[in-house]
Unconditional design. Structure first.
Length: 329
């Protein structure tokens, strides 16, 4: 189990729970024992248990209880158009590539794996709408947290979801109701949410709608996984891509290049993974996609972030009017 000193844990039962989570869901030991113990306490209270051996037996028997616990040990932190450079990459590289490869009538298949409360897949849907794919997109979004999935489907957001520098792009689709914003149905209807534990060996599969993806966002999820799970998930992500498809991970996520036959594309803000189409040259290339200023990084390991108001500056100019990027070399 973890290298954490056992003294950090109030009871050996917590360590047994963490071991079970590592074995069943591939999670790394938590970096903050105090927060993990609080989370385990909450999950045990919801399960009506205060006794570790009984709770452990229930966790073994009931997948829903394990899901409920996982929510306590991971963080559903997200916001609209997080890492705008990733969305620029989709606009300037993924979509033009797809048009060349699949023709102008192709229906784009996108997946947000570990979508939390939905800001990521809704941002993808808005990007595709901006780019004229309104009627030619299929956006899937999955998470292990059923609570996060229901928040995503309700699609009511506060200022904290809008703190990113490009959140203004959501404005045309948000309606203020009281202190929160409700997302317009025209965006909501374009995203299909579903439960999926990425650590399970149940995908890719048509049953989950997870196959043949043109673009996958799997950002800030792999950081929770141990090495064996990262390797298995990398292989399954590769298998979930269509030929010519792209995978975008988060800036702090572990590197996946060694675990599946991805082409790695280096940018000045990180690596993008590509599954080349047959006949497409396999290469490792550098593209200088401009990076976009990010909000200050907030560490939420053991404390809650301060809430910030809606960004007061006007939304950025329409991307269509931006200076075009240089062609790929
Ligand atoms: C930090 S959020 C990332 C949200 C979004 N991808 C982003 O980058 O803004 C991490 C999400 O991963 C989910 N998650 C953690 N372990 C998972 C697993 N085994 N399978 C699927 N989702 C998982 C959590 O429930 C949480 O919603």
């Amino acid at each position: 189990m973890s290298g954490d000193s056992p003294q950090a844990w109030r009871h050996p039962g917590y360590l047994a729970v963490i071991d079970l989570v590592a074995a069943r869901a591939g999670l790394l030991p938590p970096s903050c024992p105090a927060a993990a113990m609080e989370g385990i306490d909450r999950a045990m209270a919801r399960a009506g248990q205060s006794d570790f051996p009984t709770y452990l037996a229930q966790l073994e028997a009931d997948p829903a209880l394990l899901d409920d616990l996982l929510v306590e040990l991971t963080i559903g932190e997200t916001y609209f158009f997080r890492n705008p450079e990733h969305f620029q990459f989709v606009r300037h590289q993924v979509l033009p590539d797809l048009r060349r490869l699949r023709g102008p009538t192709h229906r784009v298949r996108a997946w947000s794996a570990g979508c939390a409360s939905g800001e990521e897949p809704y941002s993808l849907a808005v990007l595709l709408m901006e780019e004229g794919y309104g009627q030619r997109m299929e956006v899937r979004a999955t998470d292990v947290s059923r609570a996060a999935l229901s928040r995503a489907q309700v699609a009511r957001y506060g200022d904290w979801s809008l703190r990113g520098p490009e959140a203004g792009r959501m404005r045309p689709f948000l309606h203020l109701e009281g202190k929160r914003y409700t997302l317009d149905a025209q965006v909501r209807e374009r995203v299909h949410f579903g439960y999926l534990n990425l650590a399970d060996d149940t995908w890719p599969s048509p049953a989950h709608g997870i196959w043949g993806m043109d673009v996958i966002f799997c950002r800030n999820v792999l950081i929770y996984f141990n090495r064996a799970t990262i390797e298995a998930v990398a292989r399954r992500l590769h298998a979930s891509l269509a030929d010519g498809g792209f995978l975008i991970a988060g800036p702090s996520d572990p590197s996946l290049g060694a675990y599946a036959p991805f082409e790695t594309i280096l940018t000045d803000w990180g690596i993008v993974y590509h599954r080349p189409a047959p006949g497409e040259a396999h290469r490792t290339t550098f593209h200088s996609f401009p990076s976009v200023p990010r909000p200050r990084r907030v560490h939420r390991r053991c404390r809650l972030p301060r809430r910030r108001p809606w960004p007061s500056r006007p939304p950025p100019p329409s991307p269509r009017r931006r200076r075009p990027l240089p062609p790929r070399s």
